[in-house]
Design a protein around this ligand. Structure first.
Ligand SMILES: Nc1ncnc2c1ncn2[C@@H]1O[C@H](COP(=O)(O)OP(=O)(O)O)[C@@H](O)[C@H]1O
Ligand SMILES: [Mg+2]
Length: 244
């Protein structure tokens, strides 16, 4: 049975997909078999008359994965809204069992399964069921992606606090630059301040790279950036160790 990692963000648009795809591509380059899934996509666009997840497209490319959409993306919804609302408008209800079964299916066949969340931790999938509940049921450790610049301390600390209060293990925090710009005193100090405040390792800071684009399905040099800028000791623990 493979292990998994759940990638959440402090917010939408912080770089969950980029980091999840980067980790998948990096693991693959290390000869680890890796699968990825996006259990719930909202704000999906129609391609050839069919709703498609652009997050999933990048994840599949990163992992060179070919698996049925029912497994890699059980729910693909058009409305750009919280999943519970997007599902209601589409006339369906999100059933967590479908997501958990899909994850088990992949975990049985791949060494690592990378799961990208939707929005942040307290986002509802149905009236009384949030991403936190899903992560607990999947029994997966968490990696938090956060913005690298001003405003990130509060969002990151709240996310860590929420996860830990629910018994979810937080493996690490990855800060990410979604826009070009030079680092100032805030960006330089955020990693240290966040690590001190939360007690969770900040794995590192991923720089902005114009070659990367989720919308245009471009991985650019993300696997190299992951390798170069992050301390991945936690990730290496998840790899099965070969017995002699
Ligand atoms: N390190 C980066 N360099 C360049 N662009 C990035 C980087 N990280 C994220 N982006 C861009 O920022 C936007 C948001 O990133 P995304 O991974 O889609 O966030 P999320 O999955 O959290 O919503 C996308 O347009 C993506 O291409
Ligand atoms: Mg995303």
């Amino acid at each position: 049975m493979g292990r998994g990692i759940f990638i959440t963000g402090t917010d939408t648009g912080v770089g969950k997909t980029v980091i999840a795809a980067g980790l998948a591509a990096y693991l693959k380059s290390q000869a680890i078999t890796v699968a990825a899934m996006k259990p719930v996509q909202t704000g999906a666009k129609k391609v050839n008359g069919r709703l498609e997840s652009e997050d999933l497209r990048l994840l599949l490319r990163a992992a060179s994965l070919e698996e049925p959409l029912e497994i890699t993306n059980p729910y693909c919804l058009e409305l750009p809204a919280a999943p519970s609302l997007a599902a209601r408008v589409a006339g369906i209800k999100i059933d967590p069992r479908r997501i958990i079964e899909a994850h088990h299916n992949l975990a049985a066949r791949y060494q690592v399964v990378i799961v990208e969340g939707a929005g942040g931790l307290m986002v509802p999938l149905s009236d009384n069921y949030t991403l936190v509940d899903l992560i607990k049921q999947l029994k997966l450790p968490l990696v938090i992606v956060a913005r690298a610049n001003l405003g990130t301390i509060n969002h990151t600390a709240l996310t860590v606090s929420c996860a830990q209060s629910q018994g979810i293990r937080v493996e690490g925090i990855i800060l990410n630059h979604t826009q070009a710009g030079n680092d100032g005193i805030v960006e330089e100090n955020n990693p240290r301040i966040i690590q001190q405040l939360t007690g969770v390792p900040v794995c590192g800071v991923i720089p902005y790279s114009a070659d990367i684009s989720v919308e245009e399905t471009r991985l650019g040099n993300i696997a190299d950036l992951i390798d170069k800028h992050l301390n991945l000791s936690w990730l290496k623990k998840l790899w099965p160790v070969k017995q002699k």
